[in-house]
Design a protein around this ligand. Structure first.
Ligand SMILES: Nc1ncnc2c1ncn2[C@@H]1O[C@H](COP(=O)(O)OP(=O)(O)OP(=O)(O)O)[C@@H](O)[C@H]1O
Ligand SMILES: [Mg+2]
Length: 503
């Protein structure tokens, strides 16, 4: 049944969440109407995920209340929220590794496939296939465990699951940063369809262009408080940025120079490497070079990054890096990579990049432990951690706070901070600015440009074309596991020119 449009159906009144001393959400009054896509924006740690998590009953409410169709709404748990028509794609991983894709879709609701107490798995698998097909995903084996699929596929599984419950309020927390262009198109189509049917969407993103193109109205949060509501007629990049951070932010945050030169010395080299995904790939990264890898999600660029760090094996060809005293060292394991002072920022921060229960300080120091050994003093460790926290504006209660408690973007900053400022000379960055707000993005880009000048070698793997064009000396384009073209740094280079070789 299609809802009426433009009718207030959900409200928060002085909604508040405290985590100990931290007031994550502070007396927020928000009104959501049927038939709207509501953007929720704000800097990292401003409270977006916390509000969403209260609405979907992942977090309890500390104070204030929520109303659904004018009556108090007090969901007991996410299942109860779903029963009320509210579903959410969480910012971090929402699938369970050990369960199959089908089990993930129906977890908690398996009973509907039970006959005399026994679950009919064939029926469940068939239904899972149907649910995925409804959103246009057909290349997933629902019998396989979620762990065998990429971050992107697992996110799409969550989307399919959410829609299966036919939500009246669909919350999307920063999902698009984990998706390729194709995956994003699926989400855009879905949220517009929901809106047209009179349902509502709460859409969280740091991508202003995406927000402007898709939302009807924006709610701005700063330090847990609602500071602004911007109607579509007033959407303007500078206005939005100003409202988010409370000060002017200049739009040009990439490198301003077009000097694509770098040192002669080869720091990292792959010669004709092949494995299940890569086919005869050769690349060379020099001293003081920023090299970019562009492509669609399945093109193999993420796997190339993994192989270069020794995480994935290669079957043919070889990878070498510049070792101490000018020697050439083969890379076939992570230990080899670390010995050659290679760092790696993973796209999948929760699974690969961070130790969530450990503190910010411990996470920042991890790659340094080998170097610092037992000789480092606690005082120097603290100084080092504090320097990274200040520089990247990591929002936390102290350096001893568990990384798992940080907001998504602040986790990403820790993952980034781990590998810079230590003794890595070569840094492989897979989607380094994923989920990071515009203010800190600026800081990261400035840092990357400075590192180039200081002789670091950097490989940026990214699905954000402007980021690659804006930062790299050279961009390699990949398709079907092969390098299909290369572009040198050039003022006139356009996204379109690159995309031609990706598709
Ligand atoms: N479980 C927790 N324990 C303690 N503090 C928490 C917890 N979860 C969130 N916080 C704190 O609450 C504040 C708001 O975090 P939240 O995740 O809502 O931010 P966000 O706006 O979603 O940011 P991002 O854009 O980085 O995802 C942050 O200061 C965060 O550290
Ligand atoms: Mg968040």
């Amino acid at each position: 049944m299609d809802n009426k449009k433009n009718e207030v159906f959900f409200e928060t009144k002085k909604l508040t969440k405290k985590f100990g001393e931290v007031v994550a959400v502070n007396q927020v009054d928000m009104v959501i109407r049927t038939g709207e896509i509501r953007g929720l924006i704000g800097e990292n740690g401003s409270g977006k995920s916390t509000i969403s998590s209260m609405i979907s009953a992942i977090h309890t409410v500390t104070d204030g209340e929520m109303l659904l169709y004018g009556t108090p709404y007090k969901p007991k748990d996410p299942g109860d929220a779903r029963a009320h028509g509210i579903t959410m794609i969480v910012q971090e991983m929402g699938t369970i590794d050990g369960l199959t894709i089908a089990e993930n879709i129906f977890v908690g609701d398996e009973k509907r496939f039970a006959h005399h107490g026994i679950i009919n798995r064939d029926e469940m698998n068939r239904e899972a296939e149907k649910v995925l097909k409804n959103i246009g995903v057909t290349d997933v084996d629902v019998r396989k465990p979620a762990s065998s699929y990429s971050l992107e596929t697992r996110k799409l599984v969550e989307v399919a699951k959410s829609l299966y419950y036919d939500p009246i309020l669909f919350i999307v927390d920063e999902t698009t940063t984990a998706l390729s262009q194709n995956g994003r198109k699926i989400i855009y189509r879905i949220i517009h369809e929901l809106r047209d049917k009179g349902k509502a969407v709460l859409f969280i993103s740091h991508d202003l262009e995406e927000l402007i193109n898709n939302c009807d109205v924006l709610t701005v949060l700063r330090d847990g408080k609602m500071v602004d509501t911007i109607e579509k007629a007033d959407f303007d990049e500078n206005r939005i940025k100003h409202s988010m951070v409370g000060r002017e932010i200049k739009g040009d945050y990439y490198r301003s120079d077009f000097d694509g030169t770098h040192g002669e010395k080869v720091m990292l080299h792959a010669e004709h490497i092949s494995n299940e995904v890569l086919h005869d790939v050769s690349i060379t990264l020099h001293e003081g070079e920023i090299l970019g890898l562009a492509g669609l999600s399945g093109c193999g660029m993420h796997q190339l990054g993994r192989a270069l760090f020794g995480l994935d094996k290669v079957k043919e060809g070889r990878i070498t890096a510049a070792g101490e005293a000018g020697s050439e060292v083969s890379i076939s394991s992570v230990q080899d990579a670390l010995n050659c002072r290679i760092g790696y920022i993973s796209k999948d921060r929760d699974k690969e990049a961070l130790v969530l229960p450990a503190s910010i300080k411990e996470n920042l120091l991890l790659p340094n432990l080998r170097k610092m050994g037992a000789l480092i003093s606690p005082r120097r460790e603290k100084e080092y951690a504090q320097k990274q926290i200040d520089f990247l504006a990591i929002k936390c209660s102290s350096m001893n706070q568990a990384v798992g408690e940080l907001s998504g973007g602040n986790k990403q900053k820790v993952s980034f901070g781990k590998w810079i400022g230590n003794n890595s000379k070569i840094i492989i960055m897979d989607s380094p600015t994923r989920g990071v707000d515009i203010g800190v993005k600026t800081t990261m880009y400035q840092l990357i440009a400075r590192m180039k000048k200081e002789g670091y070698s950097i490989l940026i793997i990214s699905e954000e074309m402007p980021e690659l064009i804006g930062m790299c000396d050279k961009i390699l384009v990949m398709k079907d596991g092969k390098v299909t073209n290369a572009f040198n740094r050039d003022e006139t280079l356009s996204e379109q020119q690159i995309i031609e070789y990706m598709i």
